[in-house]
Design a protein around this ligand. Structure first.
Ligand code: NAP
Length: 242
């Protein structure tokens, strides 16, 4: 059984990635933090594809919670291993640097960047022993270009981009690939406070992207066919920044 863990799988891009990977035949571990109902709804959609999965609740920024949840799963699923990890859970707390408070900085760094360490560290050994793994980190245009009002978020995502490139070189020999996808503006809860009508003027594709479009790219990177792509950051932004 091929097993994929998607962090932040209850909503938005993570939700679409759960369904895409289920369509590809993966058993899906749907991580979430608060929204159990939304996560259950994703599980229903996963089952409709003919595949199956389960919920796994933990806060990606809390190393003890991550360890407990993944250790428990492993104890109950001794012979199985997670071969695909989508580090997707993320938040933004925008403010100009001059007003950016410690919590806004720390929360965004902990949830978007430290989560990469917490979860990847835990699953990497199994992938290396089994000589197959796909790690896909959902970063952002903000981490490539830097966006005003997002010094915290840009720093976190740029950190994950650096980690992606470094880790790819450490584990390439073991047939474990590590890539990042960098979305521009995608229609999810995270962007519902933004004015699409106004912003689409600066996007060559003249619209926000859909979570399903991002999930399609994630699905390709999770597949065996992507085996010679590693250490890459692939933008998916309607031409907004190239
Ligand atoms: P979203 O709709 O706000 O969904 C966020 C997901 O992350 C939810 O499933 C949420 O779980 C989960 N989550 C948040 N904090 C968590 C935590 N501490 N522990 C575990 N799960 C947590 O966001 P999205 O737009 O799909 O974004 C997904 C990823 O894409 C993020 O990394 C984001 O930075 C990145 N991204 C998004 C855009 C965009 O335009 N939307 C652009 C560039 C990059 P609950 O449901 O339990 O709260």
């Amino acid at each position: 059984m091929k097993i994929a863990l998607i962090t932040g799988g209850s909503r938005g891009i993570g939700r679409a990635a759960c369904i895409k990977l289920a369509e590809m035949g993966f058993y899906i571990l749907i991580n979430y933090k608060n929204n159990e109902d939304a996560a259950k709804d994703v599980l229903e959609s996963v089952k409709k594809t003919g595949s199956n999965g389960e919920l796994i609740a933990f806060d990606v920024s809390n190393p003890d919670e991550v360890e407990n949840a993944l250790d428990n799963w492993k104890t109950n699923n001794n012979s199985k291993h997670i071969s695909v990890l989508i580090n997707n859970a993320g938040i933004r707390k925008d403010n100009l640097m001059i007003w950016l408070n410690k919590n806004e900085w720390n929360d965004v760094i902990n949830i978007n960047l430290n989560s990469f360490y917490n979860i990847t560290k835990h699953l990497l050994q199994d992938m290396m022993i089994n000589r197959f793994g796909r790690i896909i980190n959902v970063v952002s245009l903000s981490g490539i270009k830097g966006l005003p009002g997002q010094v915290n978020y840009s720093a976190a995502k740029a950190g994950v981009i650096g980690a992606t490139k470094a880790l790819a070189q450490e584990v390439g020999k073991k047939n474990v690939t590590v890539n990042a996808v960098a979305p521009g503006y995608i229609k999810t809860d995270m962007t519902k406070d933004l004015d699409e009508k106004e912003l689409k003027r600066i996007i060559p594709a003249n619209r926000f992207g859909s979570p399903e479009e991002v999930a399609h790219l994630i699905g390709f990177l999770a597949s065996e066919e992507s085996s010679y792509i590693t250490g890459e950051v692939i933008s998916i932004n309607g031409g907004l920044y190239t």
